[in-house]
Design a protein around this ligand. Structure first.
Ligand code: NAD
Length: 350
């Protein structure tokens, strides 16, 4: 079987960040500004060398272009990746220097939190630029922790996938959740309220047991979760949950979860199709967080965030329906839709 690959997009623009005194070493990558400023969080992580950090930034910035376009946000895709210094360092000075670098781009890139960064870091960035979100929420306005919005978006997508495949609701369905952190636990609570049965797994056994107690969920090991009898498998831990091994043993007919980059290889989309499994593409499903970040930057209300997040359900249904009609993987259909949307500039509201 032939894997569908993403269309060639414009070459990646990037700015190298280097300020020895502040401990800053990294890159801001801008993949697309066709729909608006390039938006995507700032990852702060340990990399052996700068070329690895740059490769990660390019991959993540491209992913943000697809996610933002698919969520119909007036943003392109970008990402900052900063290398975490090996020894002691002044965190405030580092993120202030990063804020100065963001400001120099004059709004072409908008940053927020990602793996390794937090609200305090974004407050340091905000001392030097207004092109930052993920700050403390103001009453009535969008902002704060994005994970409840991500959980709601995944829940809406799952409802749509179940309706598409079985014509029913989540009540009485069994959902296997791998990873019950911020998003996975929020999703589990929404599912329980909707009458679903839960099977959960997490490398953090104590966290998993607490949630299972609260919700009456069954617990299995992280090695067993993909093969657990279930109607839906929800990867909510790290990337790469769907590989040749897990796809071969999956019992669920639907995969729908929050984790980024769920497909370990692009060909896995075909392997899922060959097994008749409906895969709700990760970046379509998990856009609730960036929808919240985008609304914060634009000064929008929580209600506007909710309205946009609730659109994730119908969008997921549309992707699955087109894929079934055309005999393509849902991932290929989503990529094609996102690429078309990336060509359509959408001005920022005045
Ligand atoms: P989190 O760190 O709060 O939770 C992750 C959980 O996964 C933790 O409980 C961890 O112990 C567990 N875990 C790690 N490795 C595991 C494994 N091999 N098997 C089972 N469990 C494992 O993170 P989160 O904010 O809940 O995000 C979860 C996923 O969703 C990540 O892939 C993240 O990139 C993605 N995502 C999150 C958001 C958001 O708003 N937080 C938005 C979009 C995408």
């Amino acid at each position: 079987m032939v894997a569908q690959h993403r269309r060639m997009m414009p070459p990646m623009e990037y700015v190298r960040l280097s300020d020895e005194a502040a401990g800053l070493d990294g890159v801001i990558a801008i993949h697309s500004t066709a729909r608006g400023p390039a938006a995507g969080g700032c990852r702060f992580w340990t990399y052996e060398d700068t070329s690895l950090a740059m490769a990660d930034a390019f991959r993540l910035a491209e992913g943000m272009s697809y996610k933002n376009a698919m969520a119909r946000l007036p943003f392109g895709g970008g990402k900052a990746v900063l290398r975490r210094p090996a020894g002691e360092f002044d965190r405030r000075a580092l993120f202030e220097a990063f804020g100065e670098a963001v400001e120099k781009l004059d709004g072409r890139y908008v940053t927020a939190e990602d793996v390794g960064t937090n609200v305090g870091d974004m407050e340091c960035v905000a001392r030097h630029t207004r092109h930052v979100a993920g700050r403390t929420a103001l009453p009535g306005l969008a902002g704060g922790d994005p994970s409840p919005w991500t959980a709601l978006g995944v829940f809406e997508a799952m409802k749509a996938a179940v309706a598409f495949r079985h014509g029913g609701t989540l009540s009485g369905m069994t959902v296997a959740i791998s990873g019950v952190g911020n998003v996975g636990a929020g999703l589990a609570r929404l599912l329980r309220e909707a009458g679903a049965n839960l099977v959960v797994a997490d490398i953090d056994a104590a966290r998993c047991a607490r949630l299972a107690d609260e919700l009456g969920a069954a617990v299995v090991s992280v090695e067993e979760i993909a093969a657990s009898p279930a109607d839906v498998f929800a990867p909510c831990a790290l990337g790469g949950a769907l590989n040749a091994g897990t796809v071969a043993v999956l019992k669920a007919g639907i995969v729908c979860g929050a984790a980024n980059n769920q497909l370990a290889e692009p060909d896995i989309a075909q392997a899922l199709m060959a097994r008749g499994i409906s895969y709700a593409p990760d970046y379509v499903v998990n856009a609730g967080g960036i929808i919240n970040v985008s609304a914060e930057y634009l000064g929008e209300s929580e209600q506007e965030v909710r309205n946009r997040v609730l659109e994730i359900g119908p969008r997921t249904h549309e992707v699955l329906a087109i894929a079934a009609d055309e005999g393509l993987s849902p991932n290929a259909v989503a990529d094609r839709m996102a690429e078309d949307l990336m060509q359509a500039p959408e001005p920022l509201p005045a």
